[in-house]
Design a protein around this ligand. Structure first.
Ligand code: ZN
Length: 445
C-alpha cells in the first residue's frame, strides 16, 4: 500500500497519491493468494548483487537498498525485527507464530537501480512513496530521519495484517491502523510503535495533524460516520490518511470505545461494508457521544492531544442543595460533565475557589487559581482559566467556550448540558494537579 510525502514538502506532482495495493486488492478479489504471499519468488538474487545493491538480512526483513551513508536506513533491519514483536502483541498473535515470517524491503534512492536489478516487477504500479504486495515492500527514501522509517512500518503493518489477520478491513481501518502502528519512537536502539507524539519535532515530514487542522480551518472536516465510509480512491489524497489515523487514535485510546475497537482485527478478513456495519452496531448506544467527543477532539487536535484525559468524565464531589450545585473540576482532565442542564435565556451565578498546578516545568510548578495565569494563553484566554461550554441538546455543534474564571453571572444562549474544565491545550494536561471547587446557583430561569 501506498503513502506520500508530507504535504508541506510535496512537489505539485506529488499532491495526490494512490494506495494502489488497496485498490488492487478490492478490484482483484480472485487473485491467487500464493501470488500475493510470495512476491519475492520473482527476485533474481544474482541480478540484485550484480546491480550493486546492498543486501542486509535480519530475522524478519531483508533490506535491499542503493542508499549509502544514511544511519536511519542502516538500522531498518533492527527496527523491523522489533516491530514484528510489537505488532504480534498489539494484534494478540503469539510471537512464535511470526517466528518465520519474513519480508523483503526495497528502500530506493534511484528507481533505475531497482529496474536494473529486476526488482520493479512489470505489473508494479507507479507509486510515489511506498507500496506493499505480499512479502515485498518498496519505499522511496524520504527527507529527514523519521519519515522513511515511518513508511517502512506503515507498509509493514499492511503486510502483517494481510498475513496474520487475513485482510485489511475497510479503507479507513486499513490505512488508519497502518498509520497508528507506524507512528513510533526510535531511541537508543529501542522501537516503540503507537507512540504518543508529544511534539511535531518527533515526527518530521509526517504532517498528518497539520492537514487535519487545515481541513478544519477550511470547514471540510469529517465526522466519524464519514471517516468510516471513506472510499478506497479517496486515499489518493494524503489528508485522508490523517483523518483515518485520527479515527484509529481516538477509538484505540478512548476508554469508552477501546475494548470494542480492539476486537476489530477479528473482522479484518470480512467484507468492508459488513465490517463497518458490525462495528456501528457494536457501538450503537455509544455512537451519539462518540460523535460529539470526536468533534471535540477535531476542534482542538494538536501534537500531543491526549485522548484519555480528554474523554468525558463526570465532575467530582457533586452535591445539590438549597445553595445550588457544587462540584470539583479536575485540572488534569478535558471537558467534564457537571450534570447541570441549562436552558436558553437562563442565568446562573458561578463562584470558584482553589489552587491547582497548571504546569510542571523541570520540577518547577506553575500555580494557578480559576482566573488562570497571564504569562501564557491558550485559544486567546489565560492558561488555567476556568471555562464552561454547553453541549447542545440537539448535538452536532462545536462547543463555544464561556469564560468563568473566579466567578460571575452567565446567561446561556442554548439548551444543553453544562461542561467545565480549565483552559489548556489537551496536549498539556498531563502535568496538572489539583481541582477547582465550583458552586452554581440559578439567578433566573
Ligand atoms: Zn497504506
Amino acid at each position: 500500500m501506498d503513502d506520500a510525502k508530507c504535504p508541506g514538502e510535496m512537489k505539485p506532482s506529488l499532491q495526490t497519491i494512490v494506495d494502489f495495493c488497496l485498490i488492487l486488492m478490492l478490484s482483484a478479489v480472485g487473485l491467487p493468494s500464493a501470488m500475493a504471499q510470495r512476491a519475492s519468488d520473482e527476485i533474481d538474487w544474482r541480478r540484485v548483487e550484480a546491480a550493486g545493491l546492498e543486501v542486509t538480512r535480519g530475522d524478519h526483513l531483508t533490506l535491499i537498498t542503493d542508499v549509502r551513508d544514511r544511519a536511519d536506513v542502516d538500522e531498518f533491519v533492527a527496527v523491523f525485527d522489533q516491530a514484528v514483536d510489537q505488532w504480534c502483541d498489539y494484534f494478540a498473535i503469539p510471537r512464535a507464530d511470526a517466528a518465520d515470517w519474513h519480508m523483503n524491503g526495497c528502500v530506493m534512492l534511484d528507481r533505475e537501480n531497482f529496474v536494473t536489478a529486476g526488482l520493479i516487477f512489470a505489473d508494479l504500479p507507479d507509486f510515489p512513496a511506498g507500496y506493499q504486495r505480499g512479502d515485498m515492500m518498496w519505499l522511496y527514501l524520504q527527507d529527514g530521519d523519521y519519515y522513511t522509517r515511518h513508511l517502512l512500518l506503515h507498509e509493514g503493518t499492511h503486510a502483517f495484517m494481510e498475513k496474520f489477520l487475513g485482510g485489511y478491513g475497510p479503507p479507513w481501518y486499513a490505512e488508519g491502523m497502518a498509520e497508528l502502528l507506524a507512528v513510533h519512537r526510535w531511541a537508543d536502539d529501542q522501537l516503540t510503535i503507537k507512540h504518543r507524539i508529544a511534539h511535531r519535532d518527533e515526527v518530521p515530514y509526517w504532517g498528518r495533524i497539520k492537514l487535519i487542522r487545515e481541513d478544519r480551518a477550511r470547514d471540510r472536516g469529517f465526522d466519524l460516520d464519514e471517516v468510516l465510509m471513506m472510499p478506497p480512491d479517496s486515499f489518493q489524497q494524503v489528508r485522508y490518511y490523517g483523518w483515518a489515523w485520527a479515527a484509529c487514535e481516538f477509538l484505540d485510546r478512548h476508554p469508552d470505545y477501546q475494548e470494542k475497537f480492539r476486537r476489530l482485527p477479528s473482522l479484518a478478513n470480512i467484507d468492508a461494508l459488513e465490517f463497518n456495519e458490525k462495528f456501528r452496531r457494536e457501538l450503537e448506544a455509544d455512537w451519539p457521544a462518540a460523535r460529539q467527543q470526536w468533534r471535540n477532539m477535531v476542534q482542538e487536535i494538536d501534537y500531543g492531544y491526549d485522548v484519555e484525559r480528554s474523554s468525558m468524565v463526570p465532575v467530582n464531589n457533586r452535591l445539590t442543595g438549597d445553595e445550588g450545585t457544587s462540584f470539583s473540576v479536575a485540572s488534569d482532565r478535558g471537558w467534564q460533565d457537571t450534570g447541570v442542564d441549562v436552558r436558553a435565556g437562563q442565568q446562573l451565578e458561578f463562584s470558584s475557589t482553589g489552587m491547582f498546578r497548571v504546569r510542571d516545568e523541570a520540577g518547577t510548578a506553575w500555580p494557578a487559581d480559576a482566573g488562570g495565569i497571564t504569562i501564557e494563553y491558550y485559544r486567546g484566554r489565560p492558561l488555567g482559566q476556568l471555562i464552561a461550554a454547553v453541549q447542545a441538546s440537539d448535538g452536532d455543534q462545536p462547543l463555544q467556550m464561556i469564560e468563568i474564571g473566579n466567578g460571575g453571572e452567565v446567561e446561556f444562549s442554548v439548551d444543553g448540558r453544562l461542561l467545565m474544565r480549565v483552559n489548556e491545550s489537551p496536549a498539556g494536561l498531563h502535568d496538572n494537579q489539583g481541582e477547582v471547587q465550583v458552586t452554581v446557583q440559578t439567578v433566573s430561569d
